[in-house]
Design a protein around this ligand. Structure first.
Ligand SMILES: NC(=O)c1ccc[n+]([C@@H]2O[C@H](COP(=O)([O-])OP(=O)(O)OC[C@H]3O[C@@H](n4cnc5c(N)ncnc54)[C@H](OP(=O)(O)O)[C@@H]3O)[C@@H](O)[C@H]2O)c1
Length: 209
């Protein structure tokens, strides 16, 4: 029975890219995939923290590598996918678009820069990475994309109209890509968490009605 379970749930031989794997939800996703046998690549902006995490995973016997990458910058996203492609021989089984940011303000207070930061980090980067990953996911023959969205993209929560819009766009993109890329054997899904205690919320007083 345990052999059957292990075979059923093993990700041995699978390759995965998880964005934003040094903290919070992404960190847990990296560990879970790697513990099931996947070879995982992750990224974040903080090189010291990324290297610390990679050492920790190595000491646990997990196969995880990483790139320093600011996902807001298009050229850095392209470089990230080149690294992934060369490391995984042009095949990617799993793309987890997890990295995200949150700026809490009233709509009347948001600046142009706030809008750009949140939409670029949360939505544009996930859209572009999915485009870049498409040939790799197709080559794998059983590709998977998971977007980490939010309940905020489904219902109205105060102080987060830009964040909510970025997640709402992600929810719709999931439906479009799932239909468009089914022919390429790429499954596309969204996970929409409610509040999870991570560093993202450390500086925010969360209020809900
Ligand atoms: N926590 C919640 O309650 C909650 C609820 C619903 C949805 N979510 C969603 O879940 C996802 C993960 O959230 P979390 O709470 O785990 O966040 P977190 O603890 O702040 O972790 C975010 C991760 O993304 C990385 N990251 C952020 N901006 C980046 C950028 N421009 N380029 C590259 N990496 C970047 C961070 O590393 P660096 O900062 O070093 O780059 C970190 O590794 C987000 O999409 C968030 O919207 C969270």
């Amino acid at each position: 029975m345990s052999d059957f379970r292990e075979q059923r749930w093993s990700l041995k031989g699978m390759t995965a890219l998880v964005t934003g794997g040094t903290k919070g939800i992404g960190y847990a996703v990296v560990e879970e995939l790697a513990a099931f046998g996947a070879i995982v690549h992750t990224c974040s902006r903080n090189e010291t923290e990324l290297n610390q995490r990679i050492q920790e995973w190595k000491s646990k016997g997990l196969q995880v590598s990483g790139s320093v990458c600011d996902l807001k910058i298009r050229a850095q996203r392209e470089k990230l996918m080149e690294t992934v492609s060369s490391q995984f021989d042009g095949k990617l089984n799993i793309l987890i678009n997890n990295a995200g940011t949150f700026i809490p303000k009233e709509t009347t207070e948001f600046t142009e820069e706030d809008f750009s930061t949140v939409m670029t980090t949360n939505f544009e980067s996930a859209y572009h990475l999915s485009q870049l990953a498409h040939p790799l996911l197709k080559s794998a023959g059983n590709g998977n994309i998971i977007f980490i969205s939010s309940v905020a993209g489904v219902i109205a929560i105060p102080m987060c109209s830009i964040y909510a819009s970025s997640k709402g766009a992600m929810n719709q993109l999931t439906k479009n890509l799932a239909c468009e890329w089914a022919k390429d054997k790429i499954r596309v899904n969204t996970v929409a968490p409610w509040v999870i205690r991570t560093p993202l919320l450390d500086t925010v007083e969360v209020q809900f009605y």
